[in-house]
Design a protein around this ligand. Structure first.
Ligand SMILES: Nc1ncnc2c1ncn2[C@@H]1O[C@H](COP(=O)(O)OP(=O)(O)OP(=O)(O)O)[C@@H](O)[C@H]1O
Ligand SMILES: [Mg+2]
Length: 371
């Protein structure tokens, strides 16, 4: 997979940007507030239809404009394909080769990106919510159908929570429990499948990066449910969730929200058998995240034979020199197409080669060459 051209129109502070990235590394350099992350975010949104950081779609549209558009030409298994997404009035429309995409499957077919941001580096010490989002981005990268599946779950959860807030009779809740359990069990199987593929790779990648005696561990299991998670069928997972929902109905009514299901679980990150959240140093925590990202890239490559497009947003300034050197050498050797942003080009020069395209970003404009 290769990105041949990217065009952004009225996306955040970017006015009209057309760029031809390198097949290797493309580095966007600029001062704070120039629009570097916006450029990366435009590409991430195009490839995933998930915002990298915005909470509302309308934030992606340039102030004072009615709509934004991002277009990318990709080379996929030898054929060219144009993806386009338009954002207007808080919603979006996705197109493949100029025609409205009939389904997510049509749209995503073959394009995958792995993003690595300073927010990711905070994940180990941060909230369970942040770790769930972190895990789910990886699940989505591996199984694009997960986007629609997690929306179905979120919708059912919202309906049940509304009933809880309205103090609906317990009998009414039961009507929702089955849908919630079914959609929830699907999320569990997706997360389980991803963890099954990623775990060993991430442990091994941490050995390469960690520079510590202790090993890292990565695990996930549903909270507050009785079941053999590793072995249970999807149907058994749905039954276990439905039973847990029924058992907690009164407590949930008291509290006004649903207290069991994929939306309350946590991704357990460990170091030397202890909780990394509680005990890892900042550097170790970052190495754990880096190992996860490396595992994700290698896993996608193993599963599809195609290297994902890598997006790194100013990560080098957050890593210590050794780990940054590891990452830059890794990117260089992986052969993956990469888009990096930085305020300081010297931090990423190890990822660069003769093919590297340098871009200057200033005031929402992108030009070729170093500033
Ligand atoms: N919808 C929007 N319309 C216009 N400008 C926006 C919009 N959303 C964000 N901006 C502006 O875009 C500018 C650039 O943001 P961006 O995060 O891309 O900067 P950056 O180059 O990554 O900076 P840093 O090095 O600090 O990370 C900010 O000044 C922000 O106010
Ligand atoms: Mg930025």
């Amino acid at each position: 997979m290769r990105l041949l051209e990217l065009r952004c129109e009225r996306f955040r502070n970017l006015d009209e940007v057309t760029l031809t990235p390198s097949p290797g590394a493309t580095v966007a350099v600029g001062h704070n507030g120039a629009g570097k992350t916006n450029l990366l975010e435009a590409l991430y949104y195009l490839a995933t239809l998930k915002p990298l950081r915005a909470s509302k779609l309308s934030e992606l549209v340039r102030h004072g404009e009615a709509s934004a558009k991002v277009t990318g030409r990709f080379l996929l298994s030898g054929a060219e394909r144009e993806l386009q997404v338009e954002i207007f009035e808080g919603s979006r429309a996705a197109y493949v080769d100029g025609k409205r995409a009939p389904s997510f499957d049509d749209y995503f077919g073959g394009v995958s990106v792995v993003a690595f941001t300073p927010d990711d580096l905070m994940v180990v010490k941060g909230s369970p919510e942040g770790r769930r989002a972190f895990l789910d981005r990886a699940v989505f990268n591996r199984f694009p159908a997960f986007l629609a599946e997690s929306r179905a779950y979120a919708k059912a959860l919202k309906s049940r929570n509304r009933l809880l807030k309205d103090q609906a009779p317990a009998a009414h809740l039961v009507a929702w429990d089955e849908t919630l359990a079914k959609t929830g069990a699907r999320l569990w199987t997706r997360r389980r499948a991803l963890m099954g593929e990623l775990q060993a790779r991430a442990v091994e990648a941490f050995q390469r990066i960690g520079r510590t005696e202790s090993g890292a561990s990565f695990s996930y299991a549903p909270a507050k449910v009785e079941l053999d998670f590793a072995a249970a069928s999807e149907e058994a997972l749905a039954q276990a969730l439905q039973a847990a929902l029924a058992a907690r109905a009164l407590r949930d009514l008291e509290r006004g929200h649903t207290s069991v299901g994929p939306h309350v679980d946590d991704l357990e990150l460990g170091l030397g058998g202890q909780s990394a959240r509680a005990f890892a140093s900042q550097g170790q925590a970052r190495a754990i995240v880096l190992a996860w990202k490396v595992a994700e890239i290698e896993n996608l490559h193993a599963a599809s034979g195609v290297l994902p497009l890598l997006l790194l947003d100013d990560v080098s300034s957050e890593l210590d020199p050794d780990r940054n050197a590891f990452l830059m050498a890794y990117l260089h050797d992986s052969g993956a197409q990469t888009l990096l942003t930085t305020t300081d080009p010297s931090l990423v020069k190890r990822a660069a080669g003769p093919q590297t395209v340098w871009l200057s970003v200033a005031g929402g404009k992108v030009t070729k060459g170093l500033p």
